[in-house]
Design a protein around this ligand. Sequence first.
Ligand code: AMP
Length: 291
Amino acid sequence: MRIARTVGELRAMLAGAGDVGLVPTMGALHEGHLSLIRRARDAHGTVVVSIFVNPTQFGDAADLEAYPRDEKRDLDLTREAGVDIVFAPSAREMYPEGFATTVRVTGPLTESLEGAGRGSAHFDGVATVVAKLLIAVGPRAAYFGQKDAQQLLVVRRMVADLGLAVDIVACPTSRERGGLARSSRNVRLSPSDRERALAVPRALEVVATAVAQGERDVADLRARALEVLLAAGVEPEYLAFVEPDTLEPVREVAGPTLCALAAGVGGVRLIDNTVLSPGPQAEERHTIEEY
Ligand code: AMP
């Protein structure tokens, strides 16, 4: 496994590489990242993992400061996973002196949900850094987690609008036992907060079960989810039922519907989501007991 610190080094390593898959990450790798890496490993001759805690997507300097970092461990994990190249640039390499270009996806895709909570500048940071990574690596496909459903939509929009020749592959959310979505931030949860955090996947599960049993009314589904969350003392920042491609709010689950939520638990901001399907496939969805 080789490590590139600059775009120049990366390009030299990739010269002649045929079929490249890219997995962009912010490091502090966990099983969720590894599931993306395995997907890429199965599909491409060369796998590149980027590790870059992107300062421009953090609104809050304290959050950026507190973001977990452990490069040595990350490199051990990527090596074990059969990654060919890790691209781990400095902030100065990604944002050189005088940097003045932003890639911005406008409208509800970036203004709602995470954009409303964190400010739409968050997605400017995401779109800009992902565009730079795609241009630097030139992969045939790049792998993203469904856990960050809105990020996936923003990246897809940006790739379509800029005409970048890359497949964006969505990968399912990897969960801990009990259903908590894996996240680098989970290491900051105390044991009791980790217990409370289980209300997040449980609320999604309650909603999915109600939909499978025929409930379609979003006001009712919201009340059921809130009951689970509030019983655990978890106050959601948002709990949204939206059209999965446009993020427009819906009042009833008439077709596939994204149920997404964000909540702070013990100072750690958690996000999670599930796609609700009113059709017969609803009964086939995975329950949290399977994880
Ligand atoms: P991050 O390092 O948190 O920026 O995440 C890097 C990539 O891994 C993003 O595409 C995330 O959506 C994805 N990811 C993070 N957590 C998970 C998870 N629990 N399951 C699947 N993908 C994930």
